[in-house]
Design a protein around this ligand. Structure first.
Ligand code: MF3
Ligand code: CO
Ligand code: CO
Length: 249
């Protein structure tokens, strides 16, 4: 899991360099695919439940699962790039929302506070705490900044399966009282919105967009629950992860 996480982190770090105005999401997909395969891994999204590409690219009002296409990024966009790799029988899953060129103040706040909300969720991880502690921390941070929390997509157990049975909501739900245990591996991947978090799916059955067309951001790490809390697996040995490296104050 550490090695898979590291490969996902390395590729996402590289993707950050490719995200510039004028580049198409298809070309990001092709480069992500090549870098994953070059490292002896497989891009988990490709053919997963019929998903047609190797990475998800979700622009502006797209909440998640955007499918790369021939659209070029333009100055002022925000784009989440979600990389998952399968290496030696396990998956590593991580994503970042990048700013394309100069982005408006509302979007910058959204990106910054979504990233912070993910870390608030990560900080809530400790053995014995209920799963609901994660969503509680994320939702309360979102509220403080008057941001919406998407409910239809949640964090998940990850390991030999891309999505295992373990569910990690990003909102508070006291019925999710499963205690976290040392050795559990799962993602935390909040999607926060500037407007209402209501969504609908495009006809492609993947692309989830906000109903009010306002912007959404997302960050994701794969975590291991350890004695002291959470170990972030989607980082390089030097402690670099895309969420850390591309942070803007
Ligand atoms: N990486 C996404 C997640 O965080 C899942 C993408 S499924 C796909 O869970 F098929 F769209 F790739
Ligand atoms: Co995930
Ligand atoms: Co992901």
């Amino acid at each position: 899991m550490r090695r898979a996480g590291q490969v996902a982190a390395e590729v996402l770090l590289m993707a950050g360099e490719w995200v510039v105005p004028g580049v198409t999401t298809d070309s990001i997909d092709a480069q992500v695919h090549d870098e994953i395969v070059r490292r002896g891994a497989y891009p988990s999204p490709l053919n997963y439940r019929g998903y047609p590409k190797s990475v998800c690219t979700s622009i502006n009002e797209v909440i998640c699962h955007g499918i790369p296409d021939s659209r070029a990024l333009v100055d002022g966009d925000i784009v989440n790039v979600d990389v998952t790799v399968y290496l030696s029988g396990v998956h590593g899953d991580t994503s970042v929302t990048f700013e394309v060129g100069d982005v408006d103040d509302h979007s910058r706040l959204l990106v910054r506070e979504t990233r912070t909300a993910m870390y608030q969720g990560i900080d809530a991880v400790r053995p014995g705490a209920p799963v609901s502690a994660i969503g509680k921390a994320i939702e309360s941070h979102a509220r403080r900044h008057r941001l919406g929390v998407v409910r239809e997509f949640i964090g998940h157990g990850v390991g030999t399966e891309f999505h295992s049975g373990l569910q990690i909501p990003h909102y508070y739900d006291r019925s999710h009282n499963t205690p976290l245990e040392t050795g559990m591996t799962f993602t935390i991947e909040p999607m926060l919105t500037l407007g209402a978090p209501a969504l609908y799916l495009w006809d492609d059955q993947w692309t989830a967009v906000t109903a009010d067309q306002r912007r959404s951001a997302q960050f994701e790490h794969t975590l291991l629950c350890v004695g002291g809390g959470a170990e972030i697996l989607t980082r390089t040995p030097a402690g670099e992860g895309a969420a850390e490296t591309y942070a803007r104050s």
